[in-house]
Design a protein around this ligand. Structure first.
Ligand SMILES: Cc1cc2nc3c(=O)[nH]c(=O)nc-3n(C[C@H](O)[C@H](O)[C@H](O)COP(=O)(O)OP(=O)(O)OC[C@H]3O[C@@H](n4cnc5c(N)ncnc54)[C@H](O)[C@@H]3O)c2cc1C
Length: 472
């Protein structure tokens, strides 16, 4: 390995320092390999950890939940190992001949070579557009959590929380813990539907335990939790003033006449997570679509190898299944890489792989149930009014999308060319999953025929000054 900026070369480059990335890095670092761990975030630990500000007390004195305590231990573990860590470093390109391009600290663009590349880029939030979702005062649940965890800021004193998935309860819990007042939590899924998750209790005890703690705090604080509810509209002149909420049927369709108005200046809304597949997609890795995995994912074998030689993928990008799955897959990927470098014996590798694969089966089962339970139902998609903006970057409405589909543009690529959907700054990260669902539902195409939106370099916006400082 060289630390010269014009000759960056590593045995292993890991993109993403969430649970799977840091677990893999921690194992690999014990085997005399040069390792680069890259993350666009300023902290290690991915979406789950996000260190709280020093002024509020370092995390050592903070009492985080069980899974976070494990995560902080992983972070401490890798800090003492020989790993090159680049934070605020974003993967923006993947090229042939084992080369990637990284924008570092918004200052420079670096070309880095690797022998093996591991993608652990995690997931991002999923959205369901409604009228007024682009008003100031409407936040994503993830943003609310980031504000609380990383900046010690409550976006508002009082807030309505809505959408679907366990994450609503996690955000509600943290909001209450930080002395916020949650008006109500509105869940799209039916309460009885959750019983499907019960058989998983044994294998996901920590998750259920944590969920129980969240619910207890929410109920004991007197916060009403309402199921089978949806946001009909967010209203306000220049910013959010009120939210119209209605009951839904099992398909997610509004039951007309059940609407109720909540007066509030803040709404947090989220519908679960979708994998960040764009890096592997750019590398040419095969993708696969499955509702049970959370959408488009990177296709991997049981060793977590992708279809491209020397590139592996682990964690949420192979299927949204939570932290324990990400930890498990981080370990599998690390042992598969050690096997490739012949750093462990074939016997040791097959022993580790067998043990971890057995454990992984339970996580995959949980992933399956979880994503099936919280998927956005067809009635909710069909309910989006024609004048509602779906692609926020390009101001493309539901009506524009329907017109494009009616004209015969029934693939992601075709629709993008026809109506400019996903052509803006976020490159379809926000609207992509919903547009895909609409193409599937209204265009009546199979997932493989629709395809995901294409990924092109730069994967995320790069500043001109950083490009001017390109270091090859
Ligand atoms: C907004 C959000 C909040 C969440 N909060 C919780 C929570 O409170 N509790 C909980 O149990 N689970 C939470 N989750 C789920 C959690 O992410 C998983 O359970 C698990 O920890 C994922 O681990 P991972 O390593 O697969 O990915 P992640 O933790 O998502 O880590 C992926 C990392 O890759 C980095 N990355 C992505 N793209 C690039 C790129 N192009 N260049 C450089 N770096 C990149 C990201 O910055 C991130 O740090 C959250 C998920 C999201 C999306």
């Amino acid at each position: 390995m060289s630390n010269e900026k014009n000759n960056l070369k590593y045995n292993v480059v890991i993109v993403g320092s969430g649970f799977s990335g840091i677990v893999a890095a921690g194992i690999l670092a014990d085997y005399n390999l040069s390792i680069l761990l890259v993350d666009e975030n300023i902290h290690l630990g991915g979406q789950l950890l996000r260190k709280i500000p020093v002024e509020l007390g370092d995390y050592s004195s903070y009492r985080p939940e069980y899974i976070k305590r494990i995560g902080f231990r992983f972070v401490e573990n890798i800090k003492n190992k020989k790993i090159t860590i680049m934070n605020r470093a974003c993967l923006v390109g993947v090229y042939p001949d084992h080369k990637i391009m990284i924008e570092s600290e918004r200052k420079e663009v670096l070309s880095v070579s690797y022998d093996m590349l591991l993608f652990t880029t995690g997931a991002r939030e999923r959205f369901l557009p409604f009228k007024g979702w682009n008003l100031p005062g409407v936040y994503s649940t993830g943003l609310v959590q980031v504000l609380m965890k990383s900046s010690g800021v409550l976006p508002a004193r009082e807030m309505l929380i809505a959408g679907s998935g366990l994450f609503l309860f996690s955000v509600g819990y943290e909001f209450l813990k930080n002395k916020g007042k949650a008006l109500t939590i509105l869940e799209q899924t039916g309460m009885m539907d959750k019983a499907k998750m019960l058989p998983q209790l044994l294998h996901q005890f920590s998750k259920f335990n944590e969920g129980g703690k969240f619910l207890a705090k929410i109920y004991l604080s007197g916060v009403p939790v309402k199921y089978r509810r949806k946001i009909v509209e967010a209203r306000g002149k220049d910013a959010l003033e009120e939210v119209v909420v209605g009951k839904t049927d099992a398909s997610g369709k509004l039951i007309v006449g059940t609407e109720k108005i909540y007066k509030t200046n803040a709404l947090a809304v989220g519908y679960g997570f979708v994998p960040n597949i764009e890096g592997p997609q750019l590398a040419g890795c095969d993708l696969e679509f499955s509702d049970r995995k959370g959408g488009w994912t990177v296709k991997v074998n049981e060793k977590l190898e992708t279809s491209v030689e020397n590139i592996l993928a682990a964690g949420e990008i192979t299927g949204v299944g939570g932290a324990l799955k990400s930890i498990n897959e981080g370990k599998i990927a690390a042992f598969s890489i050690l096997d490739k470098f012949e750093k462990i014996s074939a016997e040791e590798y097959s022993r580790q792989l067998r043990k971890l694969t057995d454990e992984r089966k339970h996580h995959l089962k949980f992933m399956d149930l979880f994503n099936s339970l919280y998927r956005i139902p067809s009635g909710a998609l069909l309910d989006i009014p024609d004048d509602t903006v779906v692609c926020r970057c390009e101001d493309i409405t539901m009506g524009d999308i329907k017109n494009g589909i009616d004209m015969g543009f029934t693939t992601s690529r075709g629709l993008k060319t026809a109506v400019r959907v996903s052509m803006g700054n976020c490159q379809g990260r926000t609207c992509g999953p919903i547009v895909f669902d609409l193409l599937n539902l209204l265009g009546k195409q199979e997932p493989g025929a629709i395809g995901p939106f294409h990924a092109r370099p730069p994967l995320k916006p790069v500043s001109i000054s950083a490009l001017a400082n390109y270091v090859e």
